[in-house]
Structure formats: C-alpha cells, structure tokens
Design a protein around this ligand. Structure first.
Ligand code: GTR
Length: 358
C-alpha cells in the first residue's frame, strides 16, 4: 500500500516534465515563422553573435541549395561564397547549406523542387530553365553572342535584370548570373568537321531549341540528365555530347569521348534562383541581403571560372583528348540559320537587347 503513492507522484512528475518539454520545443525550429525568435531555432551551424543590429533580428532560417557540380567546381564555389556572405551579413541568422554533386537530384528535378518550395535555392544552367520559362530558351540559340564579354554586358544590363525578374511568373526569383563559357561538341568518334556530326545521336540539355539545333546539323537530339551522359557515351547509347571545358573535364566525359571540336555553338549562362514561395515569406531586409549577396558572389565565381577553364583545358589535353580548332565558323553559322529563323520572332525583344549589348 505504501508503495502506491510514490508511483503516482512519479507519473505526475514525468507527465509534467513532458508537457513542459513539448511546450518549449514548439516555440522554435520553424524556418518560416515571422516572429522575432532568435533562440532555440533549428539552425545547425550558426553562432548567434548576440549583436542587436537589424541583421541579427528576425527569424532564423536554414535553407538548402541544390548544385549539380562537385564541390571544387566554380559554380559550387560561387554558391558557397554566396552562402557565406548571407551568413555573415545576417550575423549567422540565415544559413544556406550547399549540396553539391546532384545530391538533391538532377538539375530538372531540382528546379521542380524549388518551384514547389521543397528546396529553397538552386544554381542551374539557363538551358533546362527554358522548359520552365520560355524566355530562357534564347540562350540555347546558336552563335548569338560574340564572346564572353558580350554575354556579360547583356546579363548585367536592364534586359538581363528583367529576365531574372521574369522568373517570378514561373515560381522563382532570379538572383544572379554566373559564367559558363561556351559549349562545343565531343564524341567517342573522331570529329574533324561539321560533316562528322551528321547522323550522330547527340545528348543535349533538355529543351526544345536544342532539338531544332540538332535537326539543323543533321544529328538527332537525345535530351537526358547530365548525370547519365558518362555511361551513355561509354555504352554507345549516344555518340556525342556538348559542353564547356570545365564540365567536359570534371564529369570525366573526356575519358569516354576524347574527340572535341571547338565550334563554340552556344553560350548558356548559369543562374542562381530561389523559390518564389520562400522568397515571398522573407522580410524586405532579408530579401535585400540575399539579393545583394548573390550579386556580390559573381566576381568570385567569374574569377574561379577563368582559372578552372584554363586548368580543365590543360588537363584534358594532357590526358590525350584530340581537340580540333574550327578555323572557319561560317559553315556552322550557315547550317544553324533555320534555327534562328524559327525563333527570331519569338525572341525578337531579347535578341534586340543582345544586339544592343554588342
Ligand atoms: C553544364 C552546366 C550544368 C548542366 C550541364 C548539362 O555546363 O553547368 O548545370 O546544365 O552543363 O549539360 O546538363
């Protein structure tokens, strides 16, 4: 009999502790709360500096950023610089964890997740973005830019800003552009001239313009995710693919497709985007910090890009890739003219802005 009372008390105390714990834990960890809760949030990596300026005030967030490329690739370095600036400028209140190597899914799947708000940020190529916002298809048109400086004059113009903002209609906010050089063809078979592409099955980034482009070259377009290209080249599912030197090298494609022809048919920039669902929940101050940090990460990404572009060229040449220069680009430009004709009206305004940036 005497034992019963202590047991009831034990249950009472345990229940009380559980109720108190439950009440405490419901107050933090919500990444979208708008209250000024700066303690007990789910943020894993920040240290609250205890500063009381406006950047430190407000909700704490831990966001994810999906990246296709490996950790040392220049876009990933740009993403990390961006995340670092945001973290510094909010005194650790906003953390953006970068997930490289397509850990969060292949590019198209990552874009879909960002559109839904399941992943907050991603850095992607404007190539696959064309299926989410048609204006982005303009970047897949062949030979519309003279060189990298021309691309950047356009991207940093009002027309470039307008393109970033046009993503709002598709469920994103565009934040900044990153460099991606120019794309050229490579194959497991010798590539000496434009004629060699005829009849080849060529992997392209997933969008409609690329299908028209391969038709114009007498090849057949095989859109597929980037992560499947290596094995598809290896097993002969495709004969060729196309990309810039950094991707050709870092993906290992040069090992299975050692013939490259430097036709430079496209300059398809990279873009850093955030989910509109997430963006709209942020305060104006946080939006401004995030936008400015993205813009401020561009210079670093461009610098790393320039270094890695040279390094990857050296590495693939040293590994024995046979690189053919194109001395006369005119036959290439002539061959792809039907593609420009097909899309001239659709992209009239953007093409005019690209011309104006020459
Ligand atoms: C790269 C780009 C990637 C991806 C890839 C591809 O140049 O950086 O984001 O789009 O091309 O061809 O799929």
């Amino acid at each position: 009999m005497t034992k019963k009372h202590p047991r009831i008390w034990t249950w009472f105390i345990v229940s009380l502790i559980l109720v108190v714990l439950a009440a405490c834990s419901s107050g933090g960890g919500n990444t979208s709360s708008s209250g000024g809760n700066t303690s007990g949030s789910g943020n894993t990596s920040s240290g609250n500096t205890g500063d009381n300026n406006s950047a430190s005030d407000g909700p704490r967030y831990t966001f994810r950023l999906a990246e296709t490329h490996p950790a040392e690739y220049p876009t990933t370095l740009g993403d990390r610089k961006f995340a670092e600036l945001v973290n510094e400028r909010t005194n650790g209140r906003i953390t953006i964890d970068v997930f490289p190597s397509a850990q969060l899914g292949e590019e198209r799947a990552a874009i879909e997740q960002v559109q839904l708000g399941a992943i907050e940020f991603t850095r992607v190529s404007t190539g696959p973005m064309a299926e989410f916002n048609q204006d982005f298809g303009v970047f897949s048109l062949p030979y519309i830019f003279d060189d990298d400086d021309h691309v950047w004059r356009f991207l940093l113009s009002d027309a470039g800003d307008a393109l970033l903002d046009s993503l709002q209609g598709s469920g994103f906010q565009g934040l900044a552009w990153y460099s991606s050089g120019s794309r050229s063809f490579y194959s497991s078979k010798p590539l000496n001239s434009i004629e060699d592409l005829k009849g080849m099955k060529i992997r392209v980034q997933e969008n409609q313009v690329n299908i028209a482009l391969m038709d114009a070259l007498g090849a057949s377009a095989t859109p597929m995710p980037y992560g499947e290209v290596y094995s598809s080249l290896q097993t002969g599912v495709i004969d060729a693919a196309e990309n810039n030197y950094p991707s050709y090298y870092s993906s290992g494609h040069y090992e299975v497709a050692p013939y490259m022809i430097l036709d430079g048919h496209q300059r398809v920039p990279e873009v850093l985007i955030v989910s509109k669902t997430v963006w709209d929940k942020l305060s104006k101050e946080d939006q401004e910090i995030i936008r400015q940090s993205a813009i401020d990460s561009i210079a670093y990404q461009r610098e790393k890009w320039a270094e890695y572009e040279k390094e990857s060229e050296t590495m693939v040449r040293a590994a024995g890739s046979v690189i053919t220069e194109v001395t006369d680009i005119k036959p290439w430009q002539e061959a792809v003219k039907p593609v420009i004709d097909q899309y001239r009206d659709k992209y009239a305004d953007i093409l005019a802005a690209i011309d104006a940036a020459r």
